[in-house]
Design a protein around this ligand. Sequence first.
Ligand code: ATP
Ligand code: MG
Length: 415
Amino acid sequence: MPGERRLTVDEDLRLKMLMPLFELSNALMSEVNLERLLALVVEIVSHETRADRVSLMLLDKSGQELAIKAAVGLPSDVVRTAMEKVGRGIAGSVAKSGKPILLNGEVEHKDRVVSGRTSSALCVPLAVGGRVIGVLNSSKTGEENRFTQSDLQLLSILAGQAAIAIENARLFQSVEIQQARLEELLRELLKAQEEERERISAEIHDSVAQWMVSASYHAQSSSALILESKLDEAADELEQATRIIGQSIRELRRIVTDLYPPALTELGLQEALRQNIECFRKETGAQCRLRGGLTQDLSPVHQIVVYRVVQEALNNVRKHARASEVDINIGFQRGRFRVEIRDDGQGFKVRSALEAGLSEGRMGLLTMKGRAEMLGGSLNIESSEKAGTRVTLTIPVSLAGSARRGESGVRGGVA
Ligand SMILES: Nc1ncnc2c1ncn2[C@@H]1O[C@H](COP(=O)(O)OP(=O)(O)OP(=O)(O)O)[C@@H](O)[C@H]1O
Ligand SMILES: [Mg+2]
């Protein structure tokens, strides 16, 4: 019966159209590796449209340029190098308009995306929620072999599915990258915590713990001398014990303040820095100025990082620079907080100091760098014999919320 045959042929045709979609949907569910997914898409397209060449191009971050990410039937140098500006050539026009193009007859490719004679070319956009993320190009070379309207329809549906799959794979990839970064940060944090504990433990052991043992000996000796009625000598011993206990109290206070400066929570970063600078001035006799200021609030984590970096930079000036002037500049600049500590001291060879740092147990510069990077920022150190040393910390800060009070950077006078 001709009517029934026609029905079967139609159903066959529909099934034939649905199969690649089914395959691609399967890929969408199962393939989260972006590279493999793109290769699979061009393979399915080349198979289903019997195209000689297929390429999948994605837009770059700026959304202005297309680059080939997967291809079939194209020379590898073309795949590696071919780019297309949005609005130019076939692919660029499709990316701009979001509408497919079907060309039959001699197709010229000034753009080198497809080289050689082409009798038929079909290019469809890859779009998600109306936003173009790339294009799918396919072309044929034989005179008899041309794309039809049905190819265009099929490729458009395939492209819709492929675009969603690509977005999913990209999301998956970025989540994976973020997770790996988080795990790395957590490892660094735990390591830094352990190192800090080790440092504090060694500091207490080498100073206060030993001094208290010595004070205890002096006290014991004093009581023995009292029993022997040698009161003058006993008084001497007691005096020694009192002196050592006083020294220990001062050292303990220093260690406690160093662990978490009380001024930071009580008075804020700017005041805590001022106090630190005041101590530095008194201890070294060098001039030290704080310029600029906080024109918006910083999170507690940002504050402690800034405080620690300035503290270590000043420690280094105190220990190594022999400087007579130190300038500290703080301020916001284009969504970043910037701290610069400049001294006019003797300078040093930065690269070799950093390289030797780990093996020699000099951790100051490396810890500063680590702290900056943990907040997604950076630490730059420039130093020369003539010009002294400049340490610059830059950390990204969020400008959202009512905390924003301006971004002019340097504010306020000189401390
Ligand atoms: N401002 C500076 N002026 C001159 N030399 C410096 C300055 N800052 C650092 N250095 C040099 O760089 C080296 C490494 O500094 P870093 O802070 O890493 O270690 P450290 O101060 O020697 O020891 P730690 O900080 O672990 O107590 C120092 O030993 C010193 O030679
Ligand atoms: Mg140091």
